[in-house]
Write a protein that binds this ligand. Structure first.
Ligand code: NAD
Length: 274
């Protein structure tokens, strides 16, 4: 169900004024940062994801008020293909069209392969990969017809390289990078770009949970997990911020990025340069 109230300030000078963006998984972390960055450029935004109704409504109205744009909320479960199509249809009905799609919703499960629960494999693949296909499939014809569209898939450094114990996540994110290239080729002559961004570690609730899990499974402290496990491979030894990612997505949606398509852009402090 979509939920909206007001907005006011005109954004005629903003780069994305009049555009509509859907950002999946944007009630938290990176997705929220991306939704804010696109709103700051004047786009109306559909936020999506789970959480407490009151907190989500506070976020929704805050973004709308801070940036003077329309913000809708959809609680669509991105593991449900038919619900994804419904969300996009409703968003297009409310705003006229969907110009920007950011496929960001994602989950993680960490386990050795031999004890990796098959239902976790299915869930990670459904949310981290298949949901992007279903959402792109629903917006693509309209974008091509209007000869303008921006699709950004939030993959991961794990879309380019692997780590042990993340079979489903690494498979899904590599798949997402492949999907990105196909969509880029199919949209190239129609003004529709599609790129993947591949963050290393970004400080969000998803990473916070991994710190807890890894501290438990390795029997080490949180500080040791951060230094010796998570950031061991990240040469700059710092977490990227959600603002870093939001700014990159806003750039990819803007006019200066019209020739960038089919790329998988690392935002990983040099991790994949190894
Ligand atoms: P997060 O857990 O903070 O946020 C995930 C968001 O997805 C939340 O809004 C949550 O409600 C939503 N979500 C989860 N399952 C959903 C579902 N079935 N349907 C709809 N929404 C759902 O995570 P994050 O760290 O911000 O990660 C966002 C994306 O960035 C993910 O795709 C993740 O793989 C990717 N990523 C994160 C990092 C990192 O270090 N945080 C690094 C690389 C890539």
């Amino acid at each position: 169900m979509l939920n909206t109230t007001a907005s006011a300030v005109p954004h005629s000078l903003s780069v994305l004024a009049g555009k509509t963006a859907i950002v999946t998984g944007s009630t938290s972390g990176i997705g929220l940062g991306i939704a804010q960055a696109l709103a700051a450029e004047g786009a109306n935004v559909v936020i999506n994801g789970f959480g407490a109704a009151r907190e989500i409504e506070a976020l929704r109205s805050e973004i709308s008020r801070d940036y003077g744009v329309e913000v809708l909320y959809s609680g669509t479960d991105m593991s449900q293909p038919e619900k994804i199509a419904e969300m996009i249809e409703t968003a297009a009905g409310e705003f006229g069209q969907v110009d920007i799609l950011v496929n960001n919703a994602g989950i993680q499960h960490v386990s050795p392969i031999e004890s990796f629960p098959p239902e976790k494999w299915d869930a990670v693949l459904a949310i981290d990969l298949s949901s992007s296909f279903h959402a792109i499939r629903a917006v693509f014809a309209g974008m091509k017809e209007r000869r303008w569209g921006r699709i950004v898939n939030v993959a991961s450094a794990h879309g380019l390289i692997a780590s042990p114990f993340k079979a489903a996540y690494v498979a899904a994110k590599h798949g997402l990078v492949g999907l990105t290239k196909v969509v880029a080729l199919e949209g190239a002559e129609c003004g529709v770009t599609c790129n993947a961004i591949c963050p290393g570690y970004v400080w969000t609730p998803l990473v916070e949970k991994q710190i807890e899990d890894q501290a438990k499974s390795h029997g080490i402290s949180r500080d040791q997990v951060v230094r010796d496990v998570l950031l061991a491979q990240q040469p700059d030894k710092r977490f990227a911020t959600v603002d870093d990612i939001g700014a990159l997505v806003a750039f990819l949606c803007g006019p200066a990025a019209q020739s960038i398509t089919g790329a998988a852009l690392p935002v990983d402090g040099g991790w994949t340069a190894h």
